[in-house]
Structure formats: C-alpha cells, structure tokens
Ligand binder design. Structure first.
Ligand code: MRU
Length: 353
C-alpha cells in the first residue's frame, strides 16, 4: 500500500518549536522531535536527524526564528547580537551544503534591514521569511521535477545515490522529484538505489521513500553500480547536490563522483538536480568546496551488531566528494536544464546570484 507523504520539517506556531521527523531512525521508526533550544537544533543537523542540503537550509531558517522568538532582549543591539550568536552556532554544524549558510545569511539580511523596528515586528517578519524559504523550496522542487520528467521514458532504469527526495527537501525532492512525479503521472520507472555507505541514506531513506510511493525499487550495494550499468539496466543516473560551483563542479554524497565516472565509461547520461539555492556563486570551482570529515565510528561500527573492523584502525571518512563538470551531462534547475559551459548556462538563467 502506498504511504501518505511524510512531513519532514514544520513549525509549531503555538509553541514556536521546530518539529522534525528524526531521519536517523528511519526506516525502523517514524519519530518526531520538537526542538526549541540551540544545542538540540545544532545536534539535529550534525547527527543527520535533519539532512539533505535544502532541508538543512529550511530547518536553519525556522531554527533561528524560533530562537529569536524566545529572546528577552531589551534593545535591537542586544537582539541582533543574540541572533548572530545563534547563526554562527547553527552555521558551524556542517560545512559542505551551501543552503545552510545561504538561508542563515538571508535571515541575517532581513534582521539587519529592520534595525529601526520593534523586536516583535522583526520576529514576525522572521517567521514569514522562514515560511517563504520553505514555500519557495516546494515550488523549486516541483519545477525541477517537471524538467526532470522530460529526461525519462516509460520503463527507464534510473540509478540514484544517497537521498535527494522529499526528506532532503520539502516536497518531491530534486534527484527523486522526477521519479515521484513520473509515478503520479502513470509513467513506470525502475529505480536502482545505491545503499550509500557509511550512513546508508540510499538503503534507509531513498528505498523507504520510493517504496512508500509505489515505485519499482531495487536496492544495491555501492560497489554494484558498475555491474547494473554493464548489464544494460540503467538508462540514466539522477543525483542531488550539496553545493555547485560556478563552473558546474558539483559536491554531493561521497561516492557520487565514482558513479559519474562509471556512467561516462558506459555512455550513460549523468544528471545533477540542483535548486538555485544550492549554486554557490562565490565558489569558482570544486576546489573551493569544503568537504566535511566525519567520525571514524561511522565506518568501523555503526549499523552493525558488532564492530566490523579492528579496534583503533585508522579511518578516512569524507562525507562528500566533488564530481567534475566534465562528467555531468546536464544540471537540472528550477529555471531550466543547464549544459556546459555551466557558468554561461547558469548566467543566462539568472542563477548566479
Ligand atoms: O549527508 P547528507 O545525508 O545530508 O547528504 C545529502 C546529500 O548528499 C544529498 O544528495 C544532497 O544534499 C541533495 S538533497 C536534495
């Protein structure tokens, strides 16, 4: 049976708490958390209870609003310095996804522009801005999904890596958006999800979302991407992204660049799905993107009944990698489908702001 769409982030306006579906527990448990304090909010991002570049941006906007709504500051100066402290604290939780810093900067610009107003008025405007950010993401995902749908045909096999669905955004998602929209329109696709070691976003989240939507879904280990491509099961690869440089180099979950290299070898198109909120005009190339390094325990022992590696073995655990723009067939945005040279294509669509 198909499942109702889950709501991953919402604001409880009666308590000014941010309510999230704890993605770290999926698919075993659908548990919602109510967050009102800065420490638990930062922890929720760092521990991937809320995750996916657009979702982190939406969450951060609600979070700084919710924290500001609790302020007892007696002056604008005091209010703004509390805001800046919260912004820096939340902003330091994860480095790679640009949406986090961008949405915090957007909230900052709003607060700075209201220096002469009363604090309750500023807080009200912050709530409206956070909701606008959320609403814009829904619109962007829908538009991206429509463009993506033009890239598939009935019966196509799609390989995806990590999770770029509605859990990672607001509705539909980016990389999974066209697949979910295709399903709604009666176009049947066959989707292969890479399990996505070490945190298993593909196995835990993408498979959960796609199965819930009634999509023909097959889970594979990350090292099986080559064989399914070689066997002719894959017509296209669809992935999301965390930060895209001006030249089209795209950071996404660790392992994405390997999938792109395989796709090139087998002559399979490799598409990156990217809302404009994920393009970073301040990054010239992928070399400028900071890659998050995470704890060794994620590789050594997480998700296993017993540790799987010798105690104390060194681990290298980069959470993302950068796919060179030369491996990307097209970058699908809410304003249209961009092709190389990407800086020109982004510029034409007004995406470099
Ligand atoms: O570490 P995660 O789970 O936050 O990584 C998420 C991804 O890599 C997604 O593919 C990306 O954020 C795009 S989500 C639309």
């Amino acid at each position: 049976m198909e499942r109702e769409q889950v709501v991953n982030i919402r604001l409880d306006e009666s308590t000014d708490e941010v309510v999230i579906l704890d993605q770290s527990l999926l698919p075993g448990a659908e548990r919602y958390l109510r967050l009102g304090g800065a420490e638990e909010m930062r922890e929720a991002i760092a521990s991937l209870r809320v995750r996916g570049a657009p979702a982190i941006g939406i969450f951060a906007a609600y979070a700084v609003y919710a924290l500001s709504s609790r302020s007892r500051a007696g002056s604008y100066g005091e209010f703004y310095s509390q805001f800046q402290k919260n912004k820096a604290y939340l902003g330091s939780s994860r480095p790679t996804a640009v949406n986090l810093g961008k949405m915090l900067d957007r909230m900052d610009a709003l607060v700075r522009g209201m220096a002469s107003r009363e604090i309750p008025e500023i807080v009200g405007a912050m709530r409206a801005e956070a909701k606008a950010i959320h609403g814009e993401d829904i619109d962007m995902c829908k538009a991206i999904s429509e463009y993506g749908l033009t890239l598939v045909r009935q019966g196509d096999g799609i390989l995806t890596h990590c999770n770029a669905g509605q859990l990672a955004t607001s509705r539909y998602g980016t990389g999974l958006g066209p697949i979910l929209l295709a399903r709604e329109r009666g176009i049947e696709l066959r989707v292969y999800c890479d399990e996505t070691r070490p945190l298993l976003q593909g196995a835990r989240l993408t498979a959960y979302e796609l199965l819930g939507a009634g999509v023909d879904t097959t889970l594979i280990c990350d090292n099986m991407a080559s064989i399914v491509m070689r066997e002719g099961k894959i017509d296209a690869c669809f992935v999301g992204c965390d930060r895209v440089a001006r030249n089209g180099d795209a950071a996404n979950k660790i392992g994405t660049s390997g999938v792109a290299i395989l796709a090139k070898h087998y002559g399979i198109p490799f598409y990156v799905f990217c809302p404009s909120s994920t393009i970073d005009p301040d990054c010239a190339t992928g070399e400028d993107i900071v890659i998050e390094l995470r704890a060794p325990e994620e590789i050594r022992e997480m998700f296993f009944a017993k540790p799987t590696a010798p105690e104390g073995v060194k681990c290298y655990n980069p959470a993302f990698d950068v796919t060179d723009n030369s491996l990307i067939t097209a970058i699908v945005t809410e304003k249209g489908i961009c092709r190389a040279p990407y800086a020109e294509s982004f510029g034409r669509l007004g995406l470099l702001r």
